[in-house]
Design a protein around this ligand. Structure first.
Ligand code: COI
Length: 361
């Protein structure tokens, strides 16, 4: 059901967090562990479409034990942030891209597509209701829209009932305390996605499939995993929560092409900012041999990873069964730092926004 304007009427929580307690939580929110008082929600029923839109108290969900999402992982989600601006207002960053990707992901998982204008309306209505939860920079309010198949049915077919929700979580960067750079474990055994699979959809199953590799990375003293392609175990894909980009000595900002990886909003944004930093953005296959040799001979000067949660994380070293290697001198490079600073300045409203990336709530 597409409407020109979709309302998410606010039914205030009867039991909001006291202000003093909220301010205490906002002082050091970490990532993904503190939640606001409300959620935005809508219900979808086959034949009827989307209905019962609202912003209301964040409460535990009641699901039938046979709800399809619990068995067949029919679920998609998004991640975006609301940023406190210098004048006290709040802005989203390119929410149209999240809305479009959410619809693409839903199509791939045979879930109902939420119209993009309803996505932006839901997120904006929730941020307005929980405005007091938007922290001061450098923290922000992480928003987690998702759709789950709620129909109680154990036959395998697309569910005829689904629920859309948006949860909000004040958050610092995913790798707080790791500003000096992260280390990636090159996974030559476990893959994340294959051609024709769900690698370019943002669905919970992709993240579940990556957890064992992430655990392996941790056991090798790495912060995250770097996935290679499923067929040859040779071509760089993504890191599971981040896209990966390399800076070459001849001025390329290169990153693996779309297909089996997430079409990241931060990835896309830094490619669009590259020219302003004297870099040529290129989407092309990058092999692990090129990465290893380039880091050794200096033809690859910097590597970093992007994500809404991770923002821009410098990658300063790799580990693998074939040996470890550092990037450059093992500290964050100048292009990484400059792109990071520019991105944060745009998001937090500290510089003009000629591209119209900031959207007021
Ligand atoms: C994001 O960056 O928004 C993500 O979804 C990555 C992760 C925290 C799941």
């Amino acid at each position: 059901t597409s409407a020109a304007r979709v309302d998410f009427p606010h039914v205030p929580s009867p039991d909001p967090t006291p202000a003093a307690q909220r301010d205490g939580l906002l002082a050091d929110p970490g990532f993904g562990r503190v939640f606001t008082d409300h959620v935005a929600t809508a219900t979808w029923t086959a034949g009827r479409g989307w209905h019962d839109t609202a912003v209301r108290a964040a409460e535990p969900l009641t699901l039938h034990p046979a709800a399809a999402v619990l068995h067949y992982a029919q679920e998609v989600f998004e991640g975006l942030k609301a940023y406190r601006q210098p004048d006290g207002s709040v802005a989203l960053f390119r929410p149209d891209l999240n809305a479009a990707r959410f619809a693409r992901s839903a199509r791939r998982l045979a879930l109902p597509e939420l119209p993009p204008e309803a996505f932006v309306a839901a997120v904006s209505a929730l941020v307005r209701a929980d405005e007091a939860w938007v922290p001061e920079p450098p923290a922000s309010l992480y928003l987690r829209p998702f759709t789950v198949a709620t129909e109680a049915f154990l036959g395998v077919r697309p569910a005829e009932e689904a629920r859309f929700l948006v949860a909000a979580s004040p958050a610092g960067p995913l790798f707080a305390g790791r500003e000096a750079g992260v280390t990636l474990w090159i996974s030559d055994e476990l893959s994340r996605a294959a051609q024709g699979g769900t690698g370019d959809a943002k669905c919970g199953g992709n993240y579940a499939a990556g957890l064992a590799a992430q655990t392996l990375a941790r056991s090798h003293d790495c912060d995250q995993v770097l996935f290679l392609d499923a067929r040859e175990h040779r071509w760089l894909e993504e890191s599971g929560t981040m896209n990966v980009l390399v800076v070459t000595a001849d001025g390329e900002l290169a990153t693996p092409p779309l297909g089996t990886i997430l079409d990241g909003v931060t990835r896309r944004s830094v490619l669009e900012l590259a020219a302003g930093h004297g870099l040529t953005p290129v989407e092309r296959p990058i092999s692990v041999e090129e990465l290893r040799a380039g880091c050794a001979d200096g033809s690859i000067t910097e590597v970093f990873a992007t994500g809404t949660a991770a923002v821009i994380s410098p990658i300063v070293a790799f580990r693998s069964t074939a040996g470890d290697f550092a990037v450059g001198d093992g500290t964050p490079g100048p292009h990484t730092r400059a792109l990071h600073a520019e991105l944060l300045d745009v998001q937090f409203g500290r510089v003009p926004d000629p591209r119209g990336w900031r959207v007021p709530v």
